[in-house]
Write a protein that binds this ligand. Structure first.
Ligand SMILES: C[S@@+](CC[C@H](N)C(=O)[O-])C[C@H]1O[C@@H](n2cnc3c(N)ncnc32)[C@H](O)[C@@H]1O
Length: 272
């Protein structure tokens, strides 16, 4: 068993990992993430204390599934691309997406998270692990700058101070010739809602960054152009929607129709 000593933002990775592992055990799973399931089995932690609800499991899994789909689409259009998976935690997207050997994939998170990742998952050709805060931009110097580059960040940007996040995104759009940026974002109301989530509160993580509208980021980071936006926990189709409870389906319905609620949580895909 792996002992862990994660606190604050780092401890939030246990929430997303557990959701993905639990969803993968359901007969109608979209993720089928056997690596997440195995990792949960090997970490010395009482995950049952999260008291994770079925809707939370489905919501977090569908969010990851949508981002996986956008990553796959990018890689099918750019065979020899670079992928920067920021704040990767213990997410096993690289195994789920299974990119071709020509893709250079980088997993970036704090050194202690990357050290845990090394112990839990097998090494993979083409996949490099970078132990650094994402906002300490020195790590970017080690990334080849001549390939189309996809940046994917799930459950990360809300924890970053705005100026540090903008510096990171400006560095990405300046350093790489072309690419995409995909992530989840919350408006102010959404950020307050997340900050009051009992699982996040228990970690002591501080939520910092909110985005009023997707167009604002186009102004703040020259070169970014919005390609797609989707509700943060929106299912791709009716079959997936039916997996949520009726109260959760009603909440999603309201988020689609009431503008103020609509921006609480979004999945965003920009090109640059
Ligand atoms: C909610 S978890 C999400 C993990 C993973 N993306 C997933 O979906 O399972 C947030 C992750 O962001 C990482 N993180 C937060 N702030 C960071 C920073 N400044 N630099 C690097 N990683 C950071 C944490 O260590 C943690 O792994």
């Amino acid at each position: 068993m792996e002992k862990i000593h994660l606190t604050r933002e780092k401890a939030t990775l246990l929430i997303t990992l557990y959701a993905k592992a639990r969803e993968s055990r359901l007969p109608d799973s979209v993720l089928r993430d056997c690596y997440a399931e195995a990792a949960v089995g090997r970490i010395d932690h009482d995950f049952s204390r999260l008291r994770m609800r079925r809707d939370e499991i489905i919501g977090l899994a569908l969010r990851a599934h949508t981002l996986d789909g956008w990553v796959r689409e990018f890689l099918s259009a750019h065979a020899g691309a670079t992928v920067l998976h920021l704040g990767c935690g213990l997410d096993t997207r690289v195994f789920r997406v299974d990119p071709p050997a020509a893709v250079n994939w980088y997993e970036v998170d704090y050194p202690e998270v990357i050290a845990l990742r090394r112990r839990l998952y097998p090494a993979r050709p083409g996949c490099s692990l970078v132990g650094s805060p994402v906002t300490d931009l020195a790590w970017l110097a080690g990334i080849p700058a001549d390939k189309p580059t996809l940046v994917v960040a799930e459950g990360l940007f809300l924890y970053l101070p705005e100026e540090a996040l903008l510096q990171l995104l400006r560095a990405v759009t300046t350093q790489f010739p072309t690419g995409e940026l995909v992530f989840d974002a919350y408006n102010r109301l959404g950020l307050t809602w997340v900050a009051h989530n009992r699982m996040i509160q228990a970690t002591g993580a501080v939520t910092r960054w909110s985005l009023g509208s997707p167009q604002e980021l186009e102004t703040l980071v020259p070169g970014l152009r919005l390609r797609t936006e989707q509700g943060g926990y929106e299912p791709g189709d009716r079959k997936q929607r039916a997996r949520y409870s009726w109260p959760a389906q009603t909440a999603l319905w309201l988020m689609r129709r009431v503008q103020l609620l609509g921006g609480m949580t979004r999945l965003l895909r920009y090109r640059y």
